[in-house]
Design a binder for this molecule. Structure first.
Ligand code: SF4
Length: 392
């Protein structure tokens, strides 16, 4: 029996909340038919190099991952936070995409804390990964780890699930509806990565979906830009919200490097609802550039035209204006300068020093307010069924 202070006011005995790990974790297709074993998946992730903390490498999850990529060279590292040849080398900017395709890091997540959020979710959960195999030009995830930030998989998913179980039990039922959800406490499990891509590596996403399936007062949520059909077999029973991130196709082709095309994400929405997910949309980031309003209007009309009624009935969206960063701007100029033509707009943006000392760049208040109002108007005109949960 687990004991923890969080449990004091809990609704359920914690042990009842812990799912039977392997059998409940993955009702995915047999590996012969799994998408993650397909050539398409290998184009996203073709692991040749694994940097592993010793404890992570020795764990069941670590051994499973190392066995899954037999061609990869495994190098021991003291900490997943400090891998100078990966994170500290600016020369890697030129090899950014290759590093993300060919390198994995295995670590143990030490801090299993939750943070209140109130926007995308009620709580930011300790996630099963940090870093990403995709390479969106505006991504904030590399800001903390440095230039090349491939996926770090945390091998102690069981501890993460246990921590979440205790937290869910301690909260009890949601006391009042809010924009995150009318009835469930929402936990963002993918703040620093993309859970759909993590599912190409191991069953951590499946385990979390299986855990939330058993928690009637809570819901998992994660944003994604990658369509991984293996997730359709996870049986979430309405307790996981997947948020497909959308932006006009032309912006996405320029900025969302290595992601699934926007049309593919939209086309997948119906399948995910049918498979038991709640499907929301992240209209983000909104990038102000010449012609942006017409492009968003076209995207919203496309949603209205192609989404089945079952998606529209339960859909909601969050709208997030672009935030950029001066250091990332400098890095991008080395490998993807065309992206900076739309991301870096000193005529519209202002810089603000962040807590870690770097300069974040955002649209000036007046310009941002006007753009948000315009986007709300476009949603009302072209996709009136799409509730905007929040716009920021
Ligand atoms: S998909 Fe998300 S985490 Fe991955 S690079 Fe893009 S913005 Fe970053």
């Amino acid at each position: 029996m687990l004991h923890h202070p969080d449990q004091a006011d809990g609704l359920f005995p914690v042990d009842d909340l812990l799912p039977p790990a392997p059998s409940g974790a993955a009702r995915r297709p047999a590996s012969a038919t799994a998408f993650r074993d397909s050539p398409a998946a290998a184009r996203m992730l073709d692991v040749r190099e694994i940097h592993a903390e010793p404890e992570a490498a020795a764990s069941d999850r670590g051994r499973e991952i190392i066995a899954r990529f037999p061609r990869a060279r495994v190098t021991e590292v003291a900490s997943h936070w400090r891998i100078p040849q990966l994170h500290g080398d600016e020369g890697n900017a030129a090899r950014w995409v290759r590093v993300k395709t060919e390198t994995l890091v295995l670590g143990v997540k030490k801090t299993l804390s939750l943070r209140p959020n109130g926007r995308s979710a009620d709580w930011i959960a300790p996630g099963p990964s940090n870093g990403c195999a995709m390479a969106c030009a505006y991504c904030y995830v590399p800001r903390r780890k440095g230039h090349a930030n491939p996926i770090t998989v945390f091998t102690n998913t069981g501890e993460i699930v246990g921590r979440l179980a205790r937290h869910v039990a301690a909260q009890g039922p949601k006391r009042a509806p809010n924009q995150c959800d009318p009835a469930a406490w929402v936990y963002d499990i993918g703040e620093n990565g993309d859970c759909s891509v993590d599912a190409l590596v191991c069953d951590s996403t499946a385990e979390l979906v299986a855990a939330f399936r058993q928690w009637p007062t809570a819901k998992a949520s994660f944003a994604t830009k990658f369509v991984n059909p293996d997730l359709l077999a996870y049986d979430p029973r309405g307790r996981t919200r997947i948020r497909f991130s959308l932006m006009p196709a032309a912006d996405s082709r320029l900025l969302d490097i290595r992601t699934s095309p926007v049309a593919e994400r939209i086309a997948a929405a119906g399948d995910f609802v049918e498979a038991g997910y709640e499907v929301h949309f992240n209209l983000s980031p909104v990038v102000v550039r010449p012609g942006w309003e017409a492009a968003w209007a076209e995207l919203l009309r496309e949603l209205d035209d192609v989404l089945p009624g079952a998606v529209k009935e339960q859909a909601a969206a969050e709208v997030i204006m672009l935030t950029h960063n001066r250091d990332l701007h400098e890095v991008n100029l080395e490998w993807h300068p065309r992206a900076e033509e739309v991301l870096w707009r000193p005529d519209l943006q202002e810089a603000k020093r962040s807590e870690n000392g770097s300069w974040n760049v955002r649209y000036r208040a007046g310009a941002k307010r006007a753009a948000l109002e315009r986007l709300r108007g476009l949603v009302a005109a072209h996709a009136p069924w799409l509730e905007i949960r929040y716009a920021f």
